[in-house]
Design a protein around this ligand. Sequence first.
Ligand SMILES: [Zn+2]
Length: 489
Amino acid sequence: MKFLKWGLAALALLVVVMVINTVTFTKKDVVLNAPLDDSALDKQALATRLSQAIQHKTISHMDPQDNDPQVFREFHGFLKNSFPKLHNTLSLEMVNDLSLLYFWQGSDASLKPMLIMSHQDVVPVDSETRDRWTHAPFAGEISDGIIWGRGAIDIKSGVLGSMEAVENLIGKGFQPKRSLYLAFGHDEEIGGKHGAKKIADLLRKRKVELEFVIDEGGSIVGGGIIPGIAGQVAMVGIAEKGYVSLKLTTKAVGGHSSMPPKHSALGVIAQALVDLESKPFPANLAYSKKMFNNIGPAMGGVNRAVFANMWITSPLVESILSGSKTTNATIRTTTAVTMAKGSSKDNILPSEASAVVNFRIMPGETVQSVTEYVKNVINNEQITIASVEGFGNNPSSVSVSDNENFELIKNSIYQVTQDKELIVTPYLVMGGTDAKHFSGLSDSIYRFAFNRFQPETLERMHGINEQIKVDDYVDVVRFFRELILGANQ
Ligand SMILES: [Zn+2]
């Protein structure tokens, strides 16, 4: 009886704690300052210059042989003509022939420089989808308050937008205390090894330390893109996953298939694949917790109670997040079996069989630790494991999200949106960005581009009918202006 009493008392206490946690799980109040004066921003001129930038076909093809360096050079000429004040004030260094590194010297040498990145290149337009574009992909048409074309979102708006902000500030007589770099690689869409990586290598060689770096990655999403959240959420990436593809190979005698062994070489590989799929990598909720701490208060009912009490509900959260492929990818290294090969004929046993498995690696793990894990799970000496050449990188460093630099990004977002209800949250980026090459140059490397997405517009990035509203593009410029000014206060 006594045990039951104590048990009930403990349960009651637990309920009280959980209720208190839920009730006090609220969004912090946001203090808004007046937005900057916009009178010097000429919307039409901004839109026209972005439109012209889109008309330069700075395409990165899968095979770099197909790329045309001349197109990039013409684009550089266009930038020079479009931003005369910037080119008179900042120094420009060409890195590995086609990447651009601008530097604006600040007056206070004790302040570490900030760095804004973007990339000049865009993905090609699939010939099969070409006729589904309502406006020609490289015409840069402006109609009904929208700028159309490849690169409007990804991410000529970042290159031009940050340059517009600098041009505007110079025009107002602003002189920075903190030095500023603008870094625009030319091959982000094919990995950034010849562009952003070379820029980062150069800065490392010069022992430059950066206060913070901002690149593309997250955006402002709404309309339920994040399930359970009706309002707007600004997602600021603080890390990105790594990547490796491992090839599993095994050899056998081969021969005719009329008298097969119990397991052919392909059967052995198949067993290894089944083992791998049934033993997923362990979950790491660190990034989800950061995110749910911010978005949880905006959720309703049970969800809010669950996320307010992650100290006790973590196992439940883990099983919910593991249940959907989208959220599963945010909490663990993922395992994707993508290719397999046996013999070349139906009645011949393979003398060699192989399969390729692609892994997206969680921060905290490495290409090497993933390879070890795979070896242990497969536990078969007959199978060799090798990484597929040409690809493979460790996860990025993880940036700090409770410091002044993150606050600056946050405040700049609020200054532009003037929306107190908007939520700003750190998160883990699933895809790759050029920012990964800057790991180690700063503890504050953020991935956020001031774009606004609804469910129906999300697919336009890299897809058909890429576009940006003129008003949204003006906000891109305003965001960079807030950021530069904020970093100089
Ligand atoms: Zn991009």
